[in-house]
Each structure stands twice: as C-alpha cells, then as structure tokens.
Design a protein around this ligand. Structure first.
Ligand code: RNT
Ligand code: ZN
Length: 413
C-alpha cells in the first residue's frame, strides 16, 4: 500500500472523502498577484521619486522582473510549480505602453493586450486593480477622497477607465474579472476632519461604480492604518463593509489590515450573513501589515477552515497579497501559493459535520480531542498526491527547479 492509500484509509475512518477533497481543492481558483515579481514597482515611465503610498517592499534580492516579458516568464515558472487552478492579478501600473508616458486616466485595454493574449494562451483568467498610489497626484496622501477637485476627478477617471479595462478582460477571457479598489487615503497625525474625506469617498466611488458592467466584479478593500496614515484611514473596515453592503459591491478583507491580535477568520461568519461574497487577500502580517510571504500557519488555516465549515468556498474569491524583496521571488510565490492551496485542502479534509455534532451534544472534550487528533493525521501524503495529480513537483523537489531558474534566468537580469 502506498503512503497515499494508507492516508486515504485513515481519513475514511473519520468519514472524510479524500478523493472528493482533492478534486475540490484543485478546482478552487487562487488569484496570483503580479507585484511579488517586481516589489510593486510597475512599468510606468516615472518622472522622479514618488511616494510609495503607504506600502513597502523591503530587500534587494537580485532578479526583479523589469518588464512584461520577464514578469510573464516568472509567472510561467511559478505556475509550473504550483498545483490547481490559478488566475493572474494585475495592477494598472503593469500596463505596457511602448515606452510612452500614458496618464493613468487614459489607460485603455490595448495597453493590456499582451497580458490578455498570454492569459488566453495558457488558459487562465485575469483580475485587475486600479493603482491609486505611487503617483505625484497621490502625494498629498489623498486620492478619491481628496478635497482638491482636480486631484479627485483624476482618480475618478482612473477608476472608470480601469473598470472598462476589467470588463474587456472579462469578455475576452469568458469569465468575470474581479477589480479591487484600494486607496491609500489617510492622515499621518491627528486630523481635524474625519468626516469630509469619507463623504467625498462615498461620492467618488458612486461615480466610478455607477454603471454596472458585464463581467466586471468590483471589490473595495479596507485597512486599519498604513505607513504615513497612522492616525486615520478614510477607507476603514466600517466604511467599506457598509459601502459594499449598500452598493452591492464585494468587500475585500486583507489578513494584514487589522489589529495585530485580530483575525479575519472570526469575521467571515459574521460578514457573510449579510455579504453574498467576499474577496480575501491572503497575507502574513508580522507585528504590522508587513506583507510577509504566506505560510501554512494557524492563521491561514483558520481562514479556510471557516470557509469549509460554513460551506462558503463558493462565495469567497481567493487572492494573494504579499511581497518580499529579500528572497528569491519565485520561491516567495511558490511558498505562498502552495501554502494557500494546502490550507484549502486541509479545510476540505476536516470532519466538520462530526465536530459540529459533538458540540451540539455538549461533548466538548471529545470535540477538542478530535480537533487535536486531526492535526497529526497524515496530511502530507494527501498533499503530495494532490501535487502528483496536478503534474507539479512533489515535496521539496521544486526547490532545485527554483535554483536552476535563478541560475539561468534571474541572475542574468
Ligand atoms: C495595501 C493593500 C493592497 C495592495 C495591493 C498592491 O495595503 O493590501 O491590496 O497591497 O493593491
Ligand atoms: Zn491587500
């Protein structure tokens, strides 16, 4: 008997259908962000230094992708090392404009033509994000909520052109394109007026999202604080949760956007009583919103376990959001994507019905005991089998592929 068969039998004794769990785990899409490949730099023709907009990649490991071809080459490598269905998640600053400086309010789908062709050629879907940061017009710290009419309307136009790009992507790929709106707006220190920026943000978003566009699924992402917006973030949790609910828009929760001891896993069963869908940014905050590479740790497992227990995988859109410039970036991707897929598989293997039943019966010691036993079941053998079926490297063997790619490709950049 193989290790997998043994493991499958052990889970079967728990009433878990391992075959069904593997198939389901492989079919859930993970949207892989493009910005780990180049430390959120983008391809824009830049004039001088611009403020990063409150997010920061640290490190200077060699091999950063410098253009679309290099980034797509990195994506191809990553996709060959991770199992299951994936999508690629682009930001507007990854437009390919042939060296021309194009205003963000003038971007068109033609600037993403090469991305769309590539995605279609490898059979994946694209998701999209307007880039409301790292730009001279974001230097004041305010974009869509700015009091300056000219600045605000520039960013409104950006949001509008990005939605039409997302709709065009959706029609070309034959699946929805999720477009996530995150703005850095806020204040470093004690602000006198927390009201007006929020009122302006409601209006600006209403203007951007006014027209329903086929295939374009809008999401809005909240945040607690950012670098340079420690005192006040306009788009807070309460703001966007309420906005999304009242405007039939998807609410996005990033694992790094809360107080250090606050977890998003507890929020899902509350929010999803009301929100039909949520977008998740899997990330790993360390002491703050540090965007470390996602690992298969308790936090991540708890998020997907909640989706499993609530039978809510079909209502969650899963996307990654981390960036570490201090290690091999392909390795960062593969570790993070594999960890996320592992957490999905682990959630689908959980004997949720039995645990619920024990709890209902008041057998709480038994429930706790089973939860503990579950942690040491032979999960590794099932994960390996999933990788094997998806025709990607099993176990540690992908590491040498990363090293070869570094030698041949990354070190030449
Ligand atoms: C920032 C948000 C946002 C960005 C990306 C690049 O705190 O998490 O999602 O990380 O859009
Ligand atoms: Zn995020």
């Amino acid at each position: 008997m193989t290790a997998y068969e043994l493991a499958r039998n052990i889970y079967a004794e728990w009433g878990v259908d391992v075959e069904a769990a593997i198939a389901a785990a492989l079919s859930i899409p993970i949207s892989v962000h493009c910005w780990q490949a180049d430390d959120v730099a983008g391809f824009e023709v830049k004039s001088g230094d611009v403020d990063s907009g409150g997010i920061m990649a640290t490190g200077n490991y060699p091999g950063r992708a410098r253009n679309g071809d290099e980034l797509r080459q990195d994506y191809d490598k990553v996709f060959s090392l991770v199992p299951g269905v994936h999508r690629a998640n682009l930001h507007a600053i990854y437009a390919e404009t042939n060296g021309l400086a194009i205003g963000r309010d003038e971007l068109q789908v033609e600037h993403f033509e090469r991305w769309i062709d590539w995605a279609n050629s490898i059979g994946i879907g694209l998701d999209f994000n307007p880039t409301y940061f790292a730009h001279p017009k974001a230097a004041s710290g305010y974009t869509l909520s700015s009091a300056d009419d000219e600045v605000r309307s520039y960013w409104i136009r950006h949001g509008i052109v990005c939605r039409s790009i997302a709709a065009a992507m959706a029609s070309r790929q034959g699946s929805e394109c999720v477009i996530n709106h995150w703005i850095p707006d806020g204040s470093k220190d004690a602000t006198a007026d927390r009201w007006s920026p929020r009122a302006r943000l409601v209006e600006a978003l209403d203007e951007i999202l006014n027209e329903p566009l086929a295939g374009c699924t809008d999401a809005v992402e909240s945040k607690l604080f950012g670098l340079g917006s420690e005192d006040y973030v306009v788009g807070s949790f309460e703001f966007y949760s309420s906005y999304a609910l009242s405007r039939d828009t998807v609410f996005c929760l990033d694992m790094g956007h809360f107080h250090p001891t606050e977890t998003i896993s507890d929020k899902l069963s509350a929010l999803m009583q009301f929100h039909p869908r949520v977008l998740l940014h899997t990330s790993r905050p360390m002491r703050w919103d540090s965007d470390h590479v996602v690992l298969f740790n308790d936090d991540l497992r708890a998020v997907f376990s909640e989706l499993g227990r609530g039978d809510a995988f079909g209502r969650a859109i899963i996307a990654l959001d981390f960036f570490d410039a201090s290690i091999n970036r392909i390795g960062a991707y593969v570790v993070g994507v594999r960890a996320t897929r592992k957490a999905i598989l682990s959630a689908l293997l959980e004997p949720a019905a039995e645990l619920r039943h024990l709890e209902l019966e008041g057998k709480n010691a038994q429930k706790l005991a089973l939860m503990e036993e579950f942690k040491t079941l032979p999960f590794g053998a099932i994960w390996d089998e999933l990788c094997h079926r998806a025709d990607v490297p099993v176990g540690r063997s992908w590491i040498s592929e990363m090293e070869t790619y570094e030698e041949r490709v990354l070190s030449a950049r």
